[in-house]
Design a protein around this ligand. Structure first.
Ligand SMILES: NC(=O)c1ccc[n+]([C@@H]2O[C@H](COP(=O)([O-])OP(=O)(O)OC[C@H]3O[C@@H](n4cnc5c(N)ncnc54)[C@H](OP(=O)(O)O)[C@@H]3O)[C@@H](O)[C@H]2O)c1
Length: 338
């Protein structure tokens, strides 16, 4: 790819849809880009750069990170920071960057879970790795069973009051802990902006309670792995391609490609083909159906994949009949090989 000075595409805001995060003032793109995979130490520098540029050119204004993304942990933030400085820095006010702390990051008792000590030190480290003065959203990455939730929420509130984050988020919290977090943050004067959780045709747990609770509290919902890490695409329908996530990630393996999985995924792929689109595009339109979800947070191992995914927003909305036809195949747990 060309490393010429980057000039953002002037048409970048022409077709992206932006959705308000709950009752906040912040709107997020219908598709956001996550850097959990594909942006680590061993990934191709040109591909990363092209994917980040392509995102912004398509109106994908939101990049999602965490302290531990890599591998090695921290390397995704470093790679993001380098590319951001090269290409995107002049556009900082057009971009939403999020990071998180909550998983194991450094040795000893202060590098994991949810203490104030860990969260605020980690945010400083993340800012240094990314070369940023502030992030737009700082998340507690997972609930901590041993730290009082008040302490973790007060750390998020402090991050916002210090100016190192503009908004507070939580991730992977269940419905009860989410309601508690919402109440505490509201009392502190830093309303919860958004919850980040897993949701897809194959991960339907949040439909039971969480999505409704967030909606009624006016909190945004950004859903991760809406393509079930690639399982809700055509990637594995003709075998396991070289370099695909199944071949290198500890979070996805061949056992998940069961016959049941293949049958359901082929049926969904046929429905997508009937609409003249890819399964990835159908999967994104499905999570964004209705107004309950703010943004679909995807990964991409190439700029081309991201282009394909974002183009989902150009198709007509799913009809009730199409949603009904999808239903028998969109079975919770399918991505685990069930
Ligand atoms: N808060 C949390 O605990 C948490 C947990 C997980 C993820 N996340 C966030 O969510 C983001 C997305 O997660 P994810 O990467 O699992 O999401 P995903 O969008 O479900 O999966 C991305 C993978 O799907 C494949 N893919 C993407 N677009 C495709 C297309 N158009 N056609 C065919 N295949 C396509 C690629 O697989 P190949 O690599 O095989 O090409 C890509 O790496 C993460 O980066 C992170 O920001 C957060």
């Amino acid at each position: 790819m060309s490393h010429d000075p980057y000039l953002a595409d002037p048409t970048r805001y022409d077709s992206m849809q932006y959705r308000r995060s709950g009752k906040s003032g912040l709107r997020l793109p219908g598709v956001s880009l996550g850097l959990w995979h594909n942006f680590g130490g061993a990934n191709n520098a040109d591909t990363m750069r092209e994917t980040m540029r392509t995102a912004f050119d398509l109106g994908v204004t939101h990049y999602d990170l965490a302290n531990n993304y890599g591998p090695p942990p921290g390397s995704a933030e470093e790679n993001f920071g380098r590319i951001f400085a090269q290409d995107l820095k002049p556009y900082r006010d057009e971009i939403i960057v999020s990071t998180k702390a909550g998983y194991d990051m450094w040795p000893g008792p202060y590098g994991d879970f949810g203490s104030r000590k860990y969260l605020l030190a980690s945010l400083d480290q993340s800012l240094a790795r990314m070369g940023l003065d502030y992030v737009d959203v700082f998340y507690h990455h997972r609930p901590d069973p041993d730290t009082p939730i008040e302490e973790s929420m007060m750390a998020l509130d402090s991050a916002v009051r210090s100016g190192k984050a503009l908004y507070a988020g939580i991730s992977n919290y269940g419905p009860d802990a989410t309601r508690a977090a919402i109440d505490i943050l509201r009392d502190l004067g830093t309303p919860l902006l958004i919850h980040q959780f897993s949701y897809s045709m194959y991960e339907r747990g949040p439909e039971e309670e969480l999505i409704g609770a967030l909606e009624s509290e006016g909190v945004g919902s950004i859903v991760f792995s809406p393509l079930a890490q690639g399982l809700l695409t055509d990637r594995y329908l003709k075998g396991v391609p070289e370099g695909s996530r199944v071949t290198h990630s500890q979070f996805l393996n061949e056992n998940q490609l069961s016959q049941t999985y293949l049958d359901r995924t082929r049926a969904l792929n046929d429905i997508a083909a009937g609409r003249g689109q890819s399964l990835a595009q159908l999967a994104i339109q499905w999570v964004l159906r209705g107004d309950h979800i703010t943004s679909a947070l995807v990964g991409a191992s190439s700029a081309e994949q991201l282009r394909n995914t974002v183009a989902s927003l150009d198709f007509p909305a799913l009809t009730d009949d199409e949603i009904a036809a999808i239903e028998p195949h969109a079975v919770h747990g399918t991505h685990r090989g069930a």
